[in-house]
Design a protein around this ligand. Structure first.
Ligand SMILES: O=C(O)[C@H](O)[C@H](O)COP(=O)(O)O
Ligand SMILES: [Mg+2]
Length: 286
């Protein structure tokens, strides 16, 4: 049996690991359950997440980690297959996306480039308008959670999209649960502002995307009927499990969604089960 575990709002909030999580993971593994960490947070690569798990005292390995940055990189390299020379990606996001694109040998610009962490200049207004400042090899814009978003980056992304670049997003979460509070999410800082500007929606490759679930199913050869998705957010985690026809969905109340959200008549998705926190799983006959 597989447990697909969300991270932000389930395992941790920022660097605070919720009480009893390491013990619960150990219990699951000791009972022969397979654990896969499935996060929409694109700011870290699988290797960077492994470092975070290790630093926070949670035993894991890189093969157990499946993030939206990785999901996006394998989609671009193995499905989208941008024709050279227009196979470069303009990134709105942090190092996690860059490192996963590198691991799939996908060329990219933007992202954490310090040259873009500044205000617009008259040269920018002119060069972006006439295209002289644009890289002709960019064939795709990938928008993720960018903690350094600014007008210049959005202006670059818009010009590439206006010139026909493929519009992708790692995820479109509206908020980001952090330190027991909420901050602007990936969708709110990059993908949705660009969607508003262009009138087009990105293809999002994180939860609830079924392309991501197909990739996870393929990688782990899991049996969907014997797989449970555990998450804190209805319109990503629980929708992912329900639309993926997984055997179970479990909501935890340590993150974004509350009971009232799925008890509402127009709930986007309803979990099969819920617990107050992940460690309550220990009391369940697994
Ligand atoms: O804005 C975001 O990217 C999300 O809020 C965040 O990444 C969610 O991560 P997850 O709960 O899927 O681990
Ligand atoms: Mg979450």
């Amino acid at each position: 049996m597989f447990f697909l575990l969300d991270c932000d709002g389930v395992i941790w909030t920022g660097d605070h690991v919720f009480e009893g999580v390491p013990e619960t993971l150990e219990l699951l593994r000791s009972r022969g359950k397979k654990v896969v960490f499935v996060t929409n947070n694109s700011t870290k690569s699988r290797e960077e997440y492994l470092k975070k798990f290790t630093t926070l005292g949670i035993p894991s390995n890189v093969e157990e980690i499946f993030g939206s940055a990785y999901s996006s990189a394998i989609y671009i390299s193995r499905i989208l297959e941008l024709p050279a020379p227009k196979n470069k990606v303009f990134v709105l996001g942090e190092a996690g996306i860059e490192n996963e694109l590198r691991s799939e040998n996908i060329p990219f610009i933007g992202g954490t480039d310090p040259a873009l962490r500044r205000d617009m200049t008259p040269e920018d207004w002119k060069g972006l308008a006439d295209g002289s400042l644009l890289d002709p090899d960019v064939g795709c814009v990938l928008a993720g959670l960018d903690f350094h978003i600014n007008y210049l980056k959005l202006a670059h992304a818009l010009q590439y999209l206006r010139r026909g670049a493929v519009f992708l997003a790692t995820n479109i979460d509206s908020t980001f649960p952090m330190n027991h509070n909420f901050f602007p999410g990936a969708g709110s800082v990059g993908a949705m502002p660009l969607a508003f500007m262009t009138g087009t929606q990105p293809l999002a490759l994180g939860k609830p995307s079924q392309a991501m679930l197909d990739a996870i199913e393929g990688k782990f050869q899991l049996d969907r009927a014997r797989t449970c998705m555990v998450g804190d957010r209805l319109n990503t985690d629980i929708k992912f499990g329900v639309e993926g026809k997984l055997g179970g969905t479990l909501a935890v109340l340590t993150g974004v969604s509350k009971r009232a959200d799925w008890e509402a008549r127009d709930a986007v998705a309803v979990p099969a089960f819920y617990v107050d926190k992940l460690s309550d799983l220990g009391a369940v006959a697994l």
